[in-house]
Design a protein around this ligand. Structure first.
Ligand code: HEC
Length: 178
């Protein structure tokens, strides 16, 4: 199955604006991470790049076909996995976890969820959020290592399994009600 970077495309258009908003609105709140900005920013960028490599080099049975990988692809895979790891570790170590920056705190996806909902899910169990972020960080670290070693089998398995690490957290903190 080809991975399509669902939702990432349009989200990225907002990323620069979101980052600027973050530094202005919460300048004193520097212990906090802003989940929406991270998803639309580093996590989105890293995952789009990573799946681009995976899709291009996908073997007939999934995984990665080594014949379709070159040095540039390995380097791109390593770099995007490293970015993913550092963004995930940032969330795993955060003291304060905010769904969104102040300007977007009222954001609502009509009929589905709002940032206030997401914040309430996070506040109900912030430690499990950090743990799931840590699990994504571990997954990304293992992928970066496999890319450094040009270990096709391990890298292929980890690229294929990445969306479960995303989904585990989304199911609990983004749309637990479906
Ligand atoms: C530790 C929890 C956690 C993990 C792990 C996680 N996410 Fe998220 N993600 C969230 C939450 C909470 C939201 C809802 C906030 C929102 O709507 O922006 C979200 C929303 C998103 C969005 C929508 C952003 C928008 O514009 O509304 C995208 C895209 C996304 N995540 C991508 C990913 C990808 C790709 C991965 C895995 C590589 C991932 N996420 C892993 C918690 C997580």
């Amino acid at each position: 199955m080809r991975k399509i970077a669902m939702l990432v495309g349009p989200a990225l258009l907002l990323a620069a604006w979101g980052a600027a908003g973050a530094s202005v609105a919460w300048a004193s709140d520097d212990e906090a991470v802003y989940v929406r900005q991270i998803m639309q920013g580093g996590i989105g960028t890293a995952t789009t790049d990573l799946w681009a490599v995976g899709n291009k080099a996908m073997g007939d049975e999934g995984g990665i076909d080594p014949a379709l990988m070159d040095d540039a692809s390995w380097a791109k895979l390593e770099k995007s996995a490293e970015l993913l790891e550092s963004e995930a570790r940032g969330m795993a170590q955060a003291e304060i976890i905010r769904a969104a920056v102040a300007e977007e705190a009222d954001y609502e996806e009509p009929g589905t969820y709002s940032m206030a909902d997401v914040q309430s899910y996070i506040d109900a169990d912030p430690q499990a959020f950090r743990d799931l972020a840590g699990a994504l960080g571990d997954h990304a670290a293992a992928l970066a290592e496999a890319a450094r070693n040009k270990d096709t089998a391990t890298a292929g398995t980890l690229v294929d399994g990445l969306d479960s690490a995303c989904e585990a957290c989304h199911a609990k903190y983004w749309y637990p009600n479906g």
